[in-house]
Design a protein around this ligand. Structure first.
Ligand code: THG
Length: 265
């Protein structure tokens, strides 16, 4: 599982305040803690600051990279903000995300074309949010083919089928996990990723719903997630679910995690 640590997101109160105050220490602690907990990428999102997003995202990348070698996932719908952040990023980042929305697609495709960046391809178009497997496959098909035509390697693409809240429609959980399965089998070698926590929006005890949903999605092939790596139960669930899904030869990783105390949660 490729884990993208979600905690540096300006929509979280403490982080929004730290960004405005240029509080390096707070941001660096959250970055280092997530890297230490096993994040493969550190998501940086300054989306609430309209107009200032390029400036703040650039500052976030520099601040995070001063304290960890773990690369960033640059999280913005705005190609200009992504380009600004890329101009200072060292190493190979993840771009979060391109979508089929025309402006976003047309402006971001040249930025990722021919690069070795990891690219999240979000199943969203100008026609709105997809609901069924079929809706998602149609968008994924266009995004994946477009990226491949622009010389992005299939193994660098993470399709995000878009998680929608269970509280809105009882079928949204099943449609999502079936989309993961359909996308993984239609495009061999591709990855999937998502922000899981949307599934539990509007419900109590969200962590239980999120943790269980993760296991269901892993069973269908999900191999990337934008999540809180400091959630130890979630991390333990992932290790067990990946072993159960046949992705952990001789349960080596499971045994290693046990010995490291990762199941003492
Ligand atoms: N897909 C893609 N990118 C995304 C999302 C997605 N980026 C943004 C979002 N959705 C995922 N990121 C977050 C960031 C923070 C929170 C939720 C999603 C959040 N966290 C809890 C909090 O602040 O209280 C803490 C988490 C916890 O305790 O478990 O709210 O869907 N491609």
């Amino acid at each position: 599982m490729i884990i993208v640590g979600e905690l540096i997101n300006a929509s979280r109160k403490a982080i929004g305040a730290a960004i405005e105050a240029e509080d390096v220490e707070t941001i660096q602690k959250v970055a280092a803690d997530q890297a230490e907990a096993g994040a493969n990428y550190i998501d940086v999102n300054a989306g609430i600051f309209v107009g200032k997003e390029p400036e703040y995202l650039t500052w976030l990348v520099e601040t995070v990279q001063d304290v960890t070698e773990t690369p960033c996932a640059i999280d913005s719908p705005d190609p200009k903000a992504i380009e600004a952040a890329l101009s200072v990023h060292k190493g190979t980042p993840m771009i979060n995300s391109i979508s089929l929305e025309k402006d976003r697609y047309d402006n971001l495709m040249p930025v990722v074309a021919g690069t070795d960046y990891k690219v999240i391809a979000l199943c969203m178009s100008d026609e709105g949010m997809p609901e069924t497997v079929d809706d998602r496959l149609k968008i994924a098909d266009k995004l994946v083919n477009g990226l491949i035509q622009n010389n992005v390697k299939v193994e660098n693409i993470f399709v995000d089928p878009l998680v929608q809240p269970m509280s809105v429609n009882t079928s949204f959980g099943v449609e999502f996990v079936n989309s993961v399965e359909a996308i993984m089998s239609k495009f061999p070698g591709i990855h999937t990723a998502c922000g899981l926590s949307n599934i539990s929006y509007g419900l109590p005890a969200r962590k239980f719903m999120n943790q269980t949903f993760m296991v269901m999605a892993i069973a269908k092939g999900l191999d990337g997630a934008i999540m809180n790596p400091l959630d130890k139960k979630m991390m333990a669930n992932i290790i067990a679910a990946e072993a159960l899904a046949g992705k952990d030869e001789y349960c080596m990783n499971y045994l290693k995690a046990f010995r490291a105390g990762k199941f003492d949660v």
